[in-house]
Design a protein around this ligand. Structure first.
Ligand code: FAD
Ligand code: SF4
Length: 510
């Protein structure tokens, strides 16, 4: 046999570089559901079911197209429990010329595969992942010599590179690069939010759900009501559904949260983008076509394009630029363990309960819930970055290290000193009240910072500001906060800090 071609669970793309020039007759494609990958964190049950099912469907498509595929189904007693063991076994049997793969999305696995030539004594070829707009070395060139890396400037480069939303003479459509100022509306129930795209489980998905329920019963979340797409064709239908029904309002309500709606106007495309069922330019082009056809406004389409070719590519660039040291960053010196209610949703804080409950049911919460609710709380409470990062990696269907880590450690926890934002995204209950209807149904009173029923976010916010004076008082974007804090009467400040101390002491019971 010529080559073993390893395809990972987030590499389900027919144009994967590992397949370039491959020989259908002689090469053997290897795909494996292995214990080490399925259990290195407490992956949500729906995340496991989605990835296993999408892998099985992809393997079936490859076989239909005439490829030879070795596929290992998950079983806890499989002799090969890791990808390395799978490759070692197959290499003994087939004596391949080379093992070919595309670079992994996680430093952990990338590091292992990079050693296989030594540990397995094989000829291993690792090819670049070309399914992103910006290559890893291209990002490093852009970043080189810059004092500050700002997503907004990177995003403009990506707009120019792709031509997305650019006029023929090289200007941004609509005269501005960014229409975010239009995108901060509270949602009050109208227009109604569309139901999310649904794909009912077929026989493969049903089998996988049974497997997950049997072997991963201790993992977080539920497989009930599984309705994610699991093939590229279904993912394209999900894209069409988003463009038709949610994109027109995506911009306006991008930052909104609701007590009654899990998905609002978000695209729910991240699982498909991150596993390769969809490609970033394909989804942006579809959105831009809707704008040209007058089916979606520019603020919505620009906002969507910015998330995909701006934020998504930027966080990947940061990850590969700074790993592996990046994962160890803890610039704010946090030491607190993750409160247990992150796993149970059992908290009187309505906004937290709603975000965690949706996460447990859907393996999904939208960006503002992740950033301004569960993330904000962890930041204000001073949770250890590694503990909160592990939670985000486990609980979301779209969570892969390259995208989860910079978002959590950088954007949410500000543990990297500010690559993802020039100031921390810390906010009091007032922000959550402005962008949602959670507070009206909450045990706590959002208007209070002191007293037994005062919203925890309020005193914790000032506690955060106060305890990190050294870190942020000289940040020009924070001077107003310090001025406001210092303006308050000393007794008031003391009472707020005392309330925060009480909350932190009794954090498991909030
Ligand atoms: P939409 O709101 O519809 O946005 C469209 C697309 O833009 C998304 O599908 C996604 O591909 C991309 N996107 C938007 N924001 C970001 C961002 N900040 N970083 C990268 N891509 C972005 N996204 C992940 O894909 N995987 C993760 O593990 C992940 N972890 C996160 C952890 C935290 C603490 C935070 C604050 C954000 C995280 N995000 C992550 C980013 C973002 O929340 C999700 O991409 C988004 O919620 C996915 O839902 P959607 O497809 O409906 O997104
Ligand atoms: Fe969240 Fe505070 Fe509002 Fe309750 S009052 S929902 S804890 S912000």
């Amino acid at each position: 046999m010529a080559n073993l071609i390893l395809i990972l669970g987030d590499q389900l793309s027919p144009r994967l570089t590992a397949l370039d020039g491959a020989d259908k007759e002689n090469d053997l494609i290897v795909m494996a559901e292995v214990h080490s990958e399925a259990s290195y964190t407490n992956h949500h049950k729906k995340k496991l079911a989605f990835i296993f099912s999408a892998m099985r469907h992809f393997a079936q498509e490859l076989e239909r197209e005439g490829w030879r595929v070795h596929y290992q189904h998950y079983h806890p007693d499989n002799p090969a429990q890791s990808l390395e063991q799978v490759i070692a076994e197959l290499a003994r049997e087939h004596r391949p010329e080379r093992v070919i793969t595309t670079e992994c999305g996680e430093w952990r696995l990338h590091n292992q595969v990079s050693q296989w030539h030594k540990t397995l004594g094989l000829n291993v070829e690792i090819r670049p992942d070309t399914r992103f707009v910006c290559a890893i070395d291209e990002f490093a060139r852009w970043a080189k010599g810059k004092k500050q890396l700002r997503m907004e400037f990177f995003y403009r480069e990506m707009r120019k590179k792709t031509g997305l939303l650019m006029t023929p003479d090289g200007q941004p459509e609509g005269g501005h690069w960014n229409f975010d100022a239009d995108n901060r509306k509270k949602w009050t129930g109208k227009p109604p939010a569309p139901a999310p795209f649904r794909e009912e489980p077929d026989a493969i998905t049903t089998d996988v759900i049974e497997l997950v329920n049997e072997h991963f019963s201790e993992h977080f979340g539920t497989t009930d009501d599984f309705h994610y797409a699991v093939t590229a064709e279904q993912a394209r239908q999900a894209l069409g559904h988003f463009v038709d029904f949610a994109l027109p309002c995506f911009g306006d309500y991008q930052d909104a949260m609701s007590d009654n709606e899990d998905w609002l106007f978000h695209s729910i495309l991240s699982p498909y983008l991150n596993t390769g069922l969809l490609e970033p330019t394909e989804v942006c082009e579809e959105a831009v076509r809707a704008w040209h056809a007058g089916r979606a406004p520019l603020n919505a389409v620009e906002g969507f394009v910015r998330q995909v070719i701006g934020w998504r590519e930027f966080v990947r660039g940061i990850y590969w630029l700074l790993m592996p040291a990046y994962a160890e960053e803890n610039r704010l010196g946090n030491t607190r363990e993750l409160p247990w209610f992150y796993w149970t949703g059992d908290t009187k804080m309505r906004c937290m309960h709603k975000a965690i409950d949706a996460t447990a049911r859907n393996a999904y919460a939208h960006h503002i819930q992740r950033l301004m609710v569960t993330g904000n709380f962890a930041l204000l409470a001073g949770v250890k970055p590694e503990a909160i990062c592990d939670w985000y990696l486990a609980v979301y269907i779209d969570a892969f290290d390259w995208v989860e880590l910079p978002n959590t450690l950088g954007m949410v926890m500000h543990a990297d000193g500010g690559y993802l934002g020039s100031k921390p995204y810390a906010a009091s209950g007032k922000y959550i009240q402005r962008m949602s209807d959670h507070c009206q149904n909450c045990h706590y009173r959002v208007q209070d910072a002191t007293g037994d029923k005062a919203c925890p976010f309020n005193s914790l916010y000032w506690h955060f500001i106060d305890r990190h004076r050294q870190d942020f008082a000289n940040n020009p974007r924070m001077t107003m906060m310090y001025r406001n804090w210092d303006k308050q009467a000393p007794e008031r400040r003391q009472a707020i800090l005392a309330r925060a101390d009480e909350l932190l002491k009794d954090i498991e019971n909030l």
